[in-house]
Design a protein around this ligand. Structure first.
Ligand code: SF4
Length: 425
């Protein structure tokens, strides 16, 4: 009889639904050898999550951790499950557990899957007693046993279509689509390349077009968010994808993330993307201080970004820039000028985030945990507020909101979320 497997996104503050999506991808890789269910416990309390898991009497429970911040709630859930489902094999995977496997193991997990899970988890289900530790971590008498890296799925088209039928319809109408994994670049603060290595793997354009067709025609997707870290890593692939998509029923728009110099590498790229309704693009700028940017691995200047965001505006696209506060080596002067330079770069929207340290990154002086530096976190929040209160940004968003199309829709939504300050005089 096929083993009962329950894949769980644990209760946590993060409302990201990338976690249940990655579980749907994992489920598709093992559902031919197991009876798989997915539980999105994000909004449940720990006791209710444990009870719902126990009711399903799973033989295996797989818990995903999207980041280091997912580890405390995942560990707490594991502690409860040791009593609630004493016969189940508890497995924890994902980015957080891969970085610090000891935390879920000390909480009582039997196994941590390191790196991507499709091959390793399948092997584990097929042979629970195997002593081959490739891609796994376990505790033995308090000692951490960690195997070598497991093979990665290649080519990526070997993956089955995600098990959309096992996860609830997205409440916000935003369906997720993975078209590639990893990134060929090597930014110093980036956790993606630590997780996947600097090996960029991708679905072929034909597979991407087929998945979009399924999402739009069969599942009624009207917004599709591409989960890739850098969708534009290969301009040839993007051009072919957009050529194929223009023959398909398209969603209202796609949202995606891409690196600025990849977007600027070919003059035909942005128009092709706009033609395929790729209309909301997030760009990781990180820093506009020249020295800091080069050290981080992003060396474009303010003028380059202004050219990129200006071209996107002309094409009806909406740009979102993200910046990191507290990069190693950041000076007080660089931090003071961050908002002014972000306004000059000219993206429609911007978010400032504190540096999220992780194992392997040099920690800022005085910081001995993997939590963001509180001063950087406070500044990041303030800088985001200051960006949206700036007259140039308000004018840009107001102009966009009074125009038409998706750009107007997104600009209006941004103004509603960050209303301009009112004059109290
Ligand atoms: S471009 Fe983005 S995904 Fe690629 S290494 Fe840099 S930060 Fe990571």
């Amino acid at each position: 009889m096929a083993p009962r497997v329950l894949l769980v996104k644990p209760p946590e503050a993060s409302r990201f639904n990338f976690g249940t999506f990655s579980l749907a991808v994992l489920a598709a890789a093992v559902r031919d050898i197991a009876e798989v269910e997915i539980l999105d416990a994000t909004r449940l309390g720990l006791a209710e999550a444990a009870q719902r898991i126990a009711e399903r009497t799973p033989r295996w429970v797989g818990i995903t951790t999207m980041a280091l911040s997912s580890l405390p709630p995942a560990a707490e859930l594991v502690r409860r499950l040791r009593g609630a489902v004493p016969d189940a094999h508890l497995v924890v995977g994902g980015h957080g557990a891969t970085m610090l496997p000891r935390i879920p193991l000390e909480a009582g997990a039997h196994t941590v899957v390191l790196g991507e899970g499709e091959i390793t988890f399948r092997r584990l289900l097929q042979d629970e007693r195997s002593t081959d530790l490739a891609g796994l971590a376990r505790l033995s008498g308090g000692e951490l046993l960690q195997g070598p890296a497991a093979p990665q799925v290649a080519p990526l088209d070997a993956l089955n279509t995600p098990a959309h039928d096992l996860v609830p319809e997205p409440e916000d109408g935003v369906h997720l689509l993975e078209t590639s994994r990893g990134c060929p670049h090597d930014c110093s603060f980036c956790e993606t390349t630590r997780f996947h290595g600097r090996r960029w793997r991708y679905h072929t354009p034909a597979r991407v077009a087929a998945e979009v067709r399924h999402l739009v025609r069969d599942l009624g997707a009207w917004i599709i968010e591409i989960t890739d870290d850098n969708f534009a890593a290969s301009r040839r692939r993007v051009l072919e994808i957009t050529r194929l998509l223009r023959r398909e029923d398209l969603p209202v728009f796609f949202m995606l993330s891409a690196r600025a110099d990849d977007l600027l590498a070919h003059p035909g790229l942005l128009p092709a993307m706009a033609g395929a309704r790729m209309l909301r693009i997030s760009v990781g700028v990180e820093s506009l201080d020249p020295g800091l940017a080069v050290r981080a691995g992003k060396s474009l200047a303010v003028g380059d970004y202004a050219r990129l965001f200006g071209r996107m505006r002309e094409l009806g696209m909406f740009s979102v820039a993200s910046y990191i506060v507290g990069l190693p080596g950041e000076t007080a002067r660089a931090r003071r000028k961050a908002v002014e330079l972000a306004v000059a770069a000219g993206s429609d929207a911007a978010q400032f985030l504190p540096l999220y340290p992780f194992p392997g990154l040099p920690l800022p002086a005085g910081n001995d945990s993997y939590d963001p530096d509180p001063a950087a976190a406070a500044d990041a929040e303030r800088f985001t507020r200051e960006f949206y209160a700036h007259p140039a940004v308000i004018a840009r968003l107001t102009r966009a909101a009074s125009g038409g199309g998706v750009r107007a829709l997104l600009a209006g939504g941004t103004l509603a979320k960050h209303p301009p300050p009112t004059c109290s005089a």
